[in-house]
Design a protein around this ligand. Structure first.
Ligand code: CIR
Length: 256
């Protein structure tokens, strides 16, 4: 069960955020704020305390607070984002993380290692780590060594097609995993009950489990039906403006 969630309000500069899909247009900032309000409300209704960090205008992608840190029960890992414009986002995370973790529980991924939290998927005490354009071999090595120190394990999952591991695969507990695209056939996930997301709804694979409820992005009916059929209660949240920046539900929070 999660007790806490950290989010960061989107900044006006989000319209200059990194995107692989410029054809979707720039996000509408006012609408993004409304969607963020609804996201916070959905999280709060799942019984977690939501800590809301202020917008950081210097960092257009800083609302995607999942990437600069990985938070576990036993330790916090400040990452080293592989996107140059995002590297310094970690500095702003340290004070808030110190409110929840003791100094000796805080670990750091160091250059030349890079790692972004969107590439980390927790399944109990095991962490799958995507090797992506943002997360490199050195970063994964450091990350797994940190995990081992705390009694956790980790394994690398190479990815070719998507930005982050959790862009295409998300664990929703009870052995259930939403998988799309290149992750459908990966042997790493063979032991899970795979909920296969149709190609046209691939973005919808980025759902989050929060204390028994699955938050599903609005507008992906096949994903929503499949999650309901798997026995979960759901909340729909529209993330259309974040999708324009390759971001989704998981990217917008740290859950711990
Ligand atoms: C980026 O490219 O870094 C942002 N525009 C999107 C980050 C999405 N984060 C995530 O999947 N964890």
């Amino acid at each position: 069960m999660f007790q806490n969630v950290i989010v960061r309000r989107p900044c006006k500069a989000m319209i200059q955020g990194i995107t692989s899909a410029p054809e979707l247009g720039a996000p509408d900032y006012e609408l993004a704020l409304k969607q963020h309000d609804a996201y916070i409300e959905a999280l709060s209704s799942c019984g977690v305390k939501v800590t809301i960090l202020p917008a950081l205008e210097e960092f257009p992608d800083s609302c995607f607070v999942e990437d600069p840190a990985v938070l576990t029960e036993k330790c916090a890992i400040i990452t080293n984002p592989g996107a140059p414009s995002r590297t310094q986002e970690t500095i702003a995370m340290i004070p808030v993380i110190k409110e929840f973790y003791k100094e000796e529980q805080i670990e750091y991924i160091k250059a030349p290692g890079t790692l972004e939290g969107g590439d980390v998927m927790m399944v109990g005490n095991h962490f799958y780590v995507g090797r992506s354009a943002r997360t490199n071999e050195e970063g994964i090595g450091q990350f797994i060594a940190i995990l081992n120190k705390y009694g956790y394990t980790g394994s690398e999952v190479p990815l070719d097609e998507v930005l982050h591991l959790k862009t295409g695969v998300n664990y929703i507990e009870n052995n259930n995993m939403l998988v799309s695209g290149e992750f459908v056939s990966k042997s790493d996930f063979a032991a899970f009950n795979k909920i296969i997301v149709p190609e046209e709804e691939a973005y919808g694979a980025n759902c989050i489990w929060v204390n028994g409820t699955v938050i599903v992005p609005k507008g992906y009916p096949a994903v929503h039906d499949a999650v309901l059929k798997a026995g979960y209660q759901t909340i729909l949240v529209d993330t259309s403006e974040y999708r324009k920046l390759d971001g989704g539900l998981s990217c917008l929070s740290l859950r711990f």
